[in-house]
Structure formats: structure tokens, C-alpha cells
Ligand binder design. Structure first.
Ligand SMILES: [Zn+2]
Length: 388
């Protein structure tokens, strides 16, 4: 994704460092970017001249010339991050660090792409009519914003941050959705797979901000998989196919929609667990009921949940063994399983790791839709940096 950006690589790396770490001292920037003080000064000057960076007062207690840390101007940008499902459109408005300023949600009355693009435009427009407190923040940011834009994420396969090639929940194929939203709003727009967005948000502004290699596993309507290697997200033509959902993790007496028995979808997704509950317990129940009955000690539901915990542990072990990096971020709306059985999950994962391997670091993101929408906003921030 970063390779598409038109800023030079050095400028982009600098802007990213100041954005994600500011306020930051020049010495630290020089070290992180591998630049001499003279090169760094040359690189920083245009950002200062354009008012994108500010120098804060001296804060260093070091001997010698006091250093003035650099930061991004506080009101530099306002961004609109959307998570689009087959049923609702959820929005979080953020600053340039993807910090939420305000949020809202609308039910889709139509899944037609033009209608959804119009709804995006309506929700962006509504931000001009917010209650006073929020309006002050969003309005002030919007009126001074040097950077702004829209990021939209959805479950599906997306090409070049613009065209939705396939989105089964929406029934879309080959929809140039970014162009539609840009026509409707007049704002630069980036569209991508929701796992890509979530992973970018966690990588730039979230719990893995300081980690160069990690993976993301989400549990919900499906099982999602995201990967960052050498500080870059892995985003290939196969991203968005939900390949992580087909990793074999155990046994099941039914198959996923692609025909696999015992894949992650059958053992971990909410629809998969509902189906397992039906075959093991003999009656239909949804995910919440399954967890509640397992917590109450009922044998059948407890077995389904225990199998799921072992499957998640195996997934974590496979992910960390194959990528050779011990950090995993768990997310998605199906984390009730983790709440109930985290010790069992970790024990199952450790059992399939090497005793000499680095200890697992499992971060959990449990803020519902917000982390997806923040991820979409993070993509819009990345795109805006490229346009500076
Ligand atoms: Zn499968």
C-alpha cells in the first residue's frame, strides 16, 4: 500500500514517524530513519514551512543545546472512517491519529452501491450539524484541515483501494465504490478489505504500533487473518478471500461453504459454532446462548466451547510458528470465547510452540465496530499523507 504513495519514501517515512510518535525529538527521528542531522533538517524544513509540523518548546534535560521536539499540528486533519456490513453503515470521525472524535451508525435501507454512496455523503454532511461539543471539535478540525478524506472498509475483495471486486454480504461485484463516494462527497476516498483496515489501524495507531511483525486473528461472522511483516502489511490479490478461515484446526461433522471439514470457519466462526452446537447438543442456539449455557456448566455446549478454545489455541500456535513472530492481536465480535476460555486458549497454543520460542504476546481489541472504523480512518490518513 505504501509503495503507491507519491511522497518520496524518506518524506513519507518522516511524516509517519512524526504522526505516530510525536512529539518526538530529532535525535530519535534521525536514529529511527537512519539519517544524519543535516539530512534530517533538510527533510523536515518543507513540513515546517507548510505548517504541517510544529516545533514545541525545549523539553530536553540533556546537557548541551536543548532539543525542541517535533509534532504534527494538532488540527491538521479530520477523517471519516466507515465500516460497511450487509446491514449497517458505521462511522467514526477521527483526527489525524485516528483518535475518535464522534461516531454514529445507520441501518442500510438499500444495498445498491449508489444508495450506499449517498448514505455515506449524508452521514459526512450531518457532521456539520452536530451538537455543540462535538461540532467544536469536528468543525474546528474540518475548517483548518490540511488533510482530510474518507476510508471505507467492508468484508470482500477490493482492488487498488478503489474497486470492490467481490463483496458477498452486499451482493456487489466489480463496483468502483471509491469513485462513487468521491462523486457524492467531493472528498478523496479509499476503500479496502476490513481486515486490511483493521490491521493498518492496529499497526499505525493501535496496540501493535511499536511492533514490526505481527498477525491479526478475528472471530465473528467469519474468521479473519491479517499480517504485518517487516513493518509492512501483506496486501495481495488474495487478501479479502478470507483464506485464514480455511486453515485446518481440528474435526467437524459438517463442512464450511468451501467444503472443508474442521477448518477455522467450522470451529471458530459464530455461524460455525451455532451449527456445531446444533449437531452436538441436538438443538439450535445462537452464539450468545451457546456461551451462556457452557458457562452454566451444560455438558454439550461446554464441549463445543472447549473444542473452539483448543482450535483458537492451535490457530495462534500455527500463526506464530509459521510467521516466526510471537505477537498476535485478537479482534472481532466473537471474542466472548476468549473472555470465557483465555487460559485454555493460551495453554493449547503453548502446547504447540517450541519451549525455546519467544513467549506469546496476545493483545485483545474489544471495542466492537470502532476498531474496524478506526482502521478505515487510518487508511484515509495514509492516503492523505501521500497527497501532501
Ligand atoms: Zn473452510
Amino acid at each position: 500500500m505504501l509503495a503507491d504513495m507519491s511522497l518520496g519514501n524518506s518524506e513519507l517515512a518522516l511524516a509517519r514517524q512524526v504522526l505516530t510518535r510525536g512529539p518526538v525529538h530529532r535525535a530519535e527521528l534521525g536514529e529511527r530513519l537512519g539519517l544524519s542531522p543535516a539530512s534530517l533538517t533538510r527533510l523536515i524544513r518543507p513540513f515546517l514551512e507548510r505548517g504541517l509540523f510544529v516545533e514545541l518548546g525545549p523539553s530536553s534535560a540533556c546537557v548541551g543545546r536543548p532539543s525542541k521536539p517535533l509534532d504534527i499540528r494538532e488540527d491538521i486533519g479530520v477523517f471519516y472512517g466507515f465500516k460497511l456490513t450487509g446491514k449497517v453503515l458505521q462511522l467514526v470521525v477521527t483526527d489525524a491519529r485516528a483518535n475518535p472524535l464522534t461516531q454514529r451508525s445507520r441501518v442500510l435501507l438499500s444495498r445498491q452501491p449508489e444508495a450506499v454512496a449517498e448514505l455515506v455523503a449524508t452521514m459526512v454532511e450531518e457532521m456539520a450539524h452536530l451538537p455543540a461539543a462535538a461540532e467544536n471539535v469536528v468543525g474546528r478540525a474540518a475548517s483548518h484541515a490540511a488533510m482530510t478524506g474518507i476510508g471505507i472498509c467492508l468484508g470482500g475483495k477490493v482492488c487498488n483501494g478503489r474497486t470492490v471486486l467481490r463483496a458477498p454480504f452486499l451482493g456487489w461485484e466489480d463496483v468502483d465504490f471509491a469513485a462513487m463516494v468521491e462523486d457524492a462527497t467531493g472528498l478523496a476516498t479509499v476503500v479496502d478489505n476490513d481486515l486490511v483496515a483493521l490491521t493498518e489501524g492496529i499497526h499505525w495507531f493501535g496496540s501493535a504500533r511499536d511492533v514490526t511483525d505481527f498477525c491479526v486473528i478475528t472471530i465473528g461472522a467469519g474468521v479473519g487473518w491479517g499480517l504485518v511483516v517487516h513493518d509492512q502489511i501483506v496486501n495481495t490479490p488474495d487478501t479479502g478471500l478470507g483464506l485464514g478461515g480455511h486453515i485446518p484446526l481440528g474435526e467437524s461433522d459438517f463442512a464450511c461453504p468451501a467444503g472443508h471439514h474442521g477448518c477455522a470457519y467450522t470451529l471458530l466462526s459464530q455461524p460455525g459454532l451455532a451449527q456445531r452446537a446444533k449437531s452436538v447438543v441436538g438443538e439450535a442456539m445462537d452464539y450468545e446462548e451457546l456461551l451462556a449455557r457452557a458457562a452454566a456448566g451444560e455438558a454439550g455446549p461446554a464441549k463445543v466451547v472447549s473444542d473452539a478454545a483448543n482450535a483458537l489455541g492451535r490457530f495462534i500456535a500455527l500463526a506464530t510458528n509459521l510467521t516466526m513472530s510471537p505477537t498476535v492481536v485478537l479482534g472481532g465480535e466473537g471474542l466472548g470465547l476468549w473472555d470465557m476460555a483465555s487460559e485454555q486458549v493460551l495453554a493449547a497454543a503453548d502446547a504447540e510452540r517450541d519451549p525455546d520460542a519467544a513467549p506469546l504476546r496476545v493483545n485483545v481489541v474489544m471495542d466492537g465496530f470502532l476498531s474496524w472504523a478506526r482502521g478505515a480512518a487510518a487508511m484515509a490518513v495514509q492516503q492523505a499523507l501521500a497527497r501532501l
